[in-house]
Design a protein around this ligand. Sequence first.
Ligand SMILES: [Zn+2]
Length: 300
Amino acid sequence: MIQHLTDRVSVVFTEDGFTSGNCILVEDDVRLMIDSGCGRELDSVRPEAVELLLCSHHHVDHIGGNDRFVNARILAHPLEAAAMQVAEKLIATDRWQELMDEENFFCVPEVNGAPNRLYLPWRVDGPLAEGQVVDCGATRIGVIHTSGHTAGHCSFHLLDDDIVFIADICLSKVGPWYGGRDSSIDAFIASIDRIIDMKPATIVTGHLGSVLTENIPGVLGEYRGRILNRESRILAYVRDHPSTINELAQRHFIYPAHPSLFVLYWEKSMLHNHLDRLIALGEVARYDDGRYGPARVLGA
Ligand SMILES: [Zn+2]
């Protein structure tokens, strides 16, 4: 479904579920899209007639249609351009070997069709950087480097209409996600705070089914709070019950259910990143037997 926000700016809402994402279409002097992972809806935006494609980050639900943009100049943050060349990173499983017993992470065929797609030559023609302004004519787009979900994750501020596309600061029920090697919980929190401080009129995300115009600070604040709530629950538990990541995963601190191996993996990878943060804060230690528990105070 395409929703026109102004006479030049539209949201392309995906109708293909979690393996796809919403995109932005700008029809101005320059015909531009932000992200390409909207699935079946891509036909209706004529990707071959798009001149400039901006990529929020490397996950396949956001760049899965990039190969259809044959006449576009494709821009991505350099950290994301590098990550696009690694299949495990495209489907957000780059710690699989470390955390999972199951050998094959290509066990979920619905990842945008066939696994072979992950090995496309992912072309990137130029960089995106913090503060860059992309000029489409009457529409100017400011690039905001909102690191955290991934290291080079970018949001896009349509300056003249005060619309911000925040991609995988997704605001959906299952978020936030920060389970990659290049994810950062601290950076994710700072990026959410930065969007709150901008006080935008309209927010669009990669995975919410509608645009947001009401109570934007409240919604972002609640979303931010989920990160620290998860961490508080993890810390409270390991203080009393030193545990391995596998044992902690069974406590469902992140996801109430694990309907696929992917979700179990993401539970573990996000636990990993929380535990790393708690170790850095001096709250938790990793013991020799692989369990995580309270940091022992020297001399106590
Ligand atoms: Zn993502």
